[in-house]
Design a protein around this ligand. Structure first.
Ligand code: MN
Length: 507
C-alpha cells in the first residue's frame, strides 16, 4: 500500500481568501492542530508576500517538529531566498516554487515565450535546491496548459532537482476523467519521474475539487493539497476531511493508498478554524457539518437505532463528533481543563492557562456545561496584552426609541475613557461610542456576523465584524454569551489591531 502525502495549505491558500486572514498566534495554534491531525506537510505562508507572512512562516517553523513546513515562492530569486530565510528554523523545510505555464498566463500575465518559462523553471528550482533538499515545483494553471509543453516543464523541473511536482487546477476547470488521465499521461511520458512525488492541487469552482483530487490519486498522484473545511481562493480548495473520509470509507476505489490522518481529530480541527476565522461551516457540509450525522426522518432514526449501518456509511465517532458531548462543568478543576486543552492539541503557557481557567469558570457559571468548541473559542478569544479593554457597557434599545450606548474603555496605560452615542440599533450605537472613545471615528462598520459556537439558549456567540478605514478593511472577533458584549469586544479587537498592538503583533 502506498502512502498518500497530505499537504495542508489552510494557512496559505486558505488564509489568502477574503475574510479568512488569521493572526500570528492563531496560525501557530492551527499548525499545531494540523500536526496533531497527522498532516505530512504544512504550507505556512508566502514569505515574499508580506512581513506578516514571513513572521508566520518563521513562527510555524519554530513550533512544528514532525511535519514538513513549507513556504511558497514565485520563481524569482528574491522570493526563493526570502522563503528559505523564513524556513531556517524548520526541522524539515520545503520550498515550493511556482510559475504559470498555460498559454493564457504566458501571453497575458507573464508575457513570456515557452523557452523563457523553461529557463526560469530550471533556474528557480536549482536555486531552491541550493537552499534545501526538499523542493516542490508547481506549473500554475497546469490543467489548462498544452500537454506536450507541460511535460517539458515538468521534465525541466525534475532535472533541476524538484522532488515533488504539483499539478494545480488553479482555476477549478478540470473534470475527474480528464485530470486522472493527465496524471497517468505524465507518469507514462515524462522521463525521470521515478522517486518524484506527483501532487494535485484542486479548486472548487465547479464543486469538483475533492472529486478531481481523488481522480488524480487514481491516476498516480501520491500527494494531495487540501485545506480544512475546504477554504481557499474563490470557491476554495479540496476539503481535507472529505478527501480523507472518502479514502477511508471506500478503500480501493482510488488506488491502494493510506494516509496518516487521525480522523477522530477532524471535527475539532474544523471547529478550531471556525473559531479563528469566525466563519462557520454550513450545517449540511459533508463530514464536519452539524447535520452530517443527524437523522431527522422518523424512518431513518428508527433504522439507525436498530442498526447504525442502515443509514450511516461512517460512524460519527470516527470523525470526532463524540468529543462534542458535555465535557466540563462549573465543578471541573484545573486538572480536567488542562487535560482537555491538551487533548484538543493546544499548548498554553502558565499565564495563558490561568486566564483560560478564569474565563472557563465564568462561562461555566453562566452556561452550566462547557463543550470543546467553547474551550477552543475561549483560547482563540484571549486578547491579553492589547491596548484597549472594555470595562463597562450599557445599551438601551427598543422599537419606539433611539438606541443608545454608554461605554467605558480602559487603556493599557491606566487611563479610562467614558463615551456615549446614539445609533441605528444598539450595535451601531456601541460602534459609535467605542470608536469615539478610542479616537477611531474615521472608521465605518462594513460587515457584521454572529454565529453560535455551540447550541442551547446559553450558547456562546461569536461576533465577527469588518471595519473599513480608508482603503483598509480590518476584521475582529470576540465571544460571549451576551451578543452585545461580544459585539463591543469584536469592535475593540479591530481597534486593537489598528493600534498594531494586538497580541502577537499580527494584523
Ligand atoms: Mn490555489
Amino acid at each position: 500500500m502506498d502512502r498518500l502525502i497530505l499537504f495542508d495549505t489552510t494557512l496559505r491558500d486558505g488564509e489568502q481568501a477574503p475574510g479568512f486572514s488569521m493572526r500570528l498566534p492563531d496560525k501557530v495554534r492551527m499548525a499545531r492542530a494540523l500536526e496533531r491531525l497527522g498532516v505530512d506537510v504544512i504550507e505556512a505562508g508566502f514569505p515574499a508576500a508580506s512581513a506578516d507572512d514571513r513572521r508566520a512562516v518563521r513562527a510555524v517553523a519554530d513550533h512544528i517538529e514532525r511535519a514538513v513546513v513549507c513556504g511558497l515562492a514565485r520563481c524569482v530569486p528574491a522570493d526563493i531566498d526570502a522563503a528559505a530565510q523564513a524556513l531556517q528554523s524548520a526541522a524539515r523545510p520545503r520550498l515550493h516554487v511556482f510559475l504559470a505555464t498555460s498559454a493564457i498566463h504566458r501571453q497575458h500575465k507573464l508575457k513570456m515565450a515557452k523557452e523563457q518559462i523553461l529557463a526560469l523553471t530550471r533556474e528557480g528550482v536549482a536555486r531552491a535546491r541550493s537552499h534545501v533538499d526538499d523542493v516542490e515545483f508547481s506549473p500554475e494553471d497546469a490543467s489548462r496548459t498544452e500537454r506536450g509543453f507541460l511535460g517539458e516543464v515538468v521534465q525541466a523541473a525534475v532535472e533541476a532537482g524538484a522532488t515533488t511536482i504539483n499539478i494545480p487546477d488553479t482555476v477549478g476547470y478540470a473534470t475527474p476523467t480528464e485530470f486522472e488521465s493527465l496524471f497517468a499521461w505524465l507518469l507514462a511520458h515524462v522521463p525521470g519521474l521515478d522517486g518524484v512525488t506527483l501532487s494535485a492541487h484542486c479548486h472548487d469552482d465547479l464543486g469538483l475539487a475533492v472529486s478531481n483530487s481523488l481522480a488524480a490519486v487514481r491516476g498516480g498522484a501520491r500527494q494531495v493539497e487540501c485545506t480544512i473545511n475546504g477554504i481557499g481562493e474563490r470557491a476554495g480548495n479540496c476539503a481535507l476531511e472529505e478527501l480523507v473520509m472518502a479514502l477511508r470509507t471506500r478503500p480501493g476505489q482510488f488506488g491502494d493508498v493510506s494516509t496518516r490522518i487521525d480522523s477522530t481529530c477532524l471535527v475539532s480541527t474544523s471547529r478550531l478554524l471556525s473559531s479563528i476565522t469566525g466563519v462557520s461551516v454550513p450545517p449540511n457540509k459533508a463530514i464536519v457539518g452539524k447535520n452530517a450525522f443527524a437523522h431527522e426522518a422518523g424512518i431513518h432514526q428508527h433504522g439507525v437505532l436498530a442498526h447504525a449501518s442502515t443509514y450511516e456509511i461512517m460512524r460519527p465517532e470516527q470523525v470526532g463528533f463524540d468529543g462534542q458531548r458535555l465535557v466540563l462543568g462549573k465543578h471541573s478543576g484545573r486538572h480536567a481543563l488542562r487535560q482537555r486543552v491538551h487533548s484538543l492539541g493546544q499548548e498554553l503557557e502558565e499565564a495563558a492557562f490561568e486566564r483560560l481557567f478564569a474565563a472557563f469558570k465564568d462561562l461555566a457559571d453562566r452556561k452550566g456545561e462547557v463543550l470543546d468548541d467553547d474551550i477552543l473559542a475561549l483560547i482563540v478569544g484571549d486578547r491579553q496584552g492589547c491596548a484597549w479593554s472594555l470595562s463597562r457597557l450599557q445599551t438601551s434599545a427598543g422599537t419606539d426609541r433611539v438606541s443608545t450606548a454608554t461605554v467605558c474603555v480602559q487603556h493599557r496605560d491606566g487611563s479610562a475613557v467614558d463615551e456615549a452615542a446614539t445609533g441605528d440599533g444598539p450595535i451601531d450605537a456601541t460602534f459609535r461610542a467605542m470608536t469615539r472613545a478610542t479616537g477611531y471615528h474615521d472608521t465605518q462598520l462594513d460587515d457584521y456576523n454572529v454565529r453560535s459556537v455551540t447550541w442551547g439558549e446559553d450558547a456562546l456567540g461569536q461576533v465577527t465584524v469588518s471595519v473599513r478605514r480608508g482603503d483598509a478593511v480590518v476584521r475582529g472577533s470576540a465571544v460571549s454569551t451576551d451578543v452585545i458584549e461580544a459585539s463591543a469586544n469584536a469592535i475593540l479587537d479591530v481597534i486593537n489591531r489598528l493600534e498594531g498592538t494586538a497580541a502577537g503583533g499580527a494584523s
